[in-house]
Design a binder for this molecule. Structure first.
Ligand code: UD1
Length: 347
């Protein structure tokens, strides 16, 4: 199939682009490089022996998006592009709603106009909000607790309405739990802008000596060791989930949602142990107060994805940490570690 991947230079997008190419699909990436580097796709090119066709376009530029869809002869779109920093979304909600929701609407209108009605959307378990009812099933109430999460929830609503209004659409909403790890080559991985907010990239930067220690946000949660529990899922497993969803959509119409998680949770201290084992030395940490907005425990019931897509996460937490560390160790400053790769958008 010929697939348009929005945000394909980013963390999950680049791993999915790699898996699509490996599976024999043709891929065009559209990315504004606001929070990603074109170097990721150069490396996907090295890994696959194929050139990745990158168009530097912002989804807010509706004319450019329309031109792309009009000329592309695409069979489907995978939509990753979007802003994703929770704290920033609280400070700048208009920017988040405009970028994520309007960008998606521009994309959908052009898809509709040019008869491309198969879409895999990058949603997030963040749509469940602070919900201690675990494991989380797709039927749980949606109640995102910050503007970033609400952009995902609003887009899910739009896509659900679209799927019921017009039976020509086939749409997958993939709710990722906590993406972690990197491709086993160590060539592509997560390259966060500024100081990372998420646990794994922060732990990796501490291990690399970029920060002194990890602050463990809260050790008085009602969990086995008092620290927060999350469902970490390997980014390569996530990428394969997208391919499985795409195959499923070939035979159906409507909008479908699936949790992509492992189904089991790990505490912050368990992650620190696993990462220290991967590095071969202790990653230093200190306990600090809870981070506001965090829930104690979140993990998926991934059985729907298994039943419908035949998908399950295969890679362990140990493997995620080993792969994440291999990427971090060989790219201590992310893609900009490579002086040849300075193609990153304005920061
Ligand atoms: C966060 C976002 C969520 C987003 C998800 C993936 C918040 C409140 N939630 O979820 O909306 O979808 O990332 O991008 O920001 N932790 C530490 N020290 C750190 C960082 C994290 O102890 O320096 C702990 C957290 O308290 C949590 C766990 O590690 O228990 C995972 O945190 P994180 O990676 O930020 O993911 P989420 O909180 O699940």
């Amino acid at each position: 199939m010929r697939i348009l991947v929005t945000g394909g230079a980013g963390y999950i997008g680049s791993h999915t682009t790699l898996s699509l190419l490996e599976a024999g699909h043709e891929v065009v990436v559209v990315d504004n490089l606001a929070n990603s580097s074109s170097e990721s796709l150069v490396r996907v090119g090295h890994l696959t022996g194929k050139n990745v066709d990158l168009r530097i376009v912002d989804l807010l530029d509706s004319a450019a998006v329309d031109e792309l869809l009009g000329a592309g002869a695409f069979d489907a779109v995978m939509h990753f592009a979007g802003l994703k920093a929770v704290g920033e979304s609280v400070q700048k909600p208009l920017m988040y709603y405009h970028n994520n929701v309007v960008g998606t609407i521009n994309l959908l209108r052009s898809m509709d106009k040019h008869d491309v009605r198969t879409l895999v959307f990058s949603s997030s378990a963040t749509v469940y909000g602070d919900n201690d009812r675990v494991p989380l099933t797709e039927g749980c109430e949606l109640n995102a607790s910050n503007p970033y999460g609400r952009t995902k929830e609003h887009i899910e609503d739009i896509l659900t309405d679209l799927g019921s209004a017009d039976s020509r659409w086939s749409i997958a909403l993939l709710r990722y739990f906590n993406p972690a790890g990197a491709h086993e080559s160590g060539l592509i991985g997560e390259d966060p802008l500024g100081t990372p907010n998420n646990l794994l990239p922060f732990v990796a930067q501490v291990a690399a000596g970029r920060h002194e220690y990890v602050k463990v946000f809260g050790n008085d949660y009602p969990t086995t060791d008092g620290t927060g529990v999350r469902d970490y899922v390997h980014v390569v497993d996530l990428a394969l989930g997208h391919l499985a969803a795409l195959s499923y959509l070939e035979g159906v119409q409507g909008t479908f949602s699936w949790n992509l998680g492992t189904g089991s949770g790990s505490s912050v201290l368990e992650v620190l142990d696993a990462f220290s084992a991967a590095v071969g030395k202790e990653v230093p940490y200190e306990f600090s107060p809870r981070r506001s907005g965090d829930s104690a425990v979140s993990y998926a019931d991934p059985s729907q994805a298994m039943a419908d897509l035949g998908w399950s996460a295969k890679r362990s937490l140990a493997r995620m940490c080993e792969d994440h560390w291999r990427w971090q160790r060989s790219n201590p400053m992310g893609y900009s570690s490579d002086p040849a790769s300075q193609h990153r958008g304005p920061q």
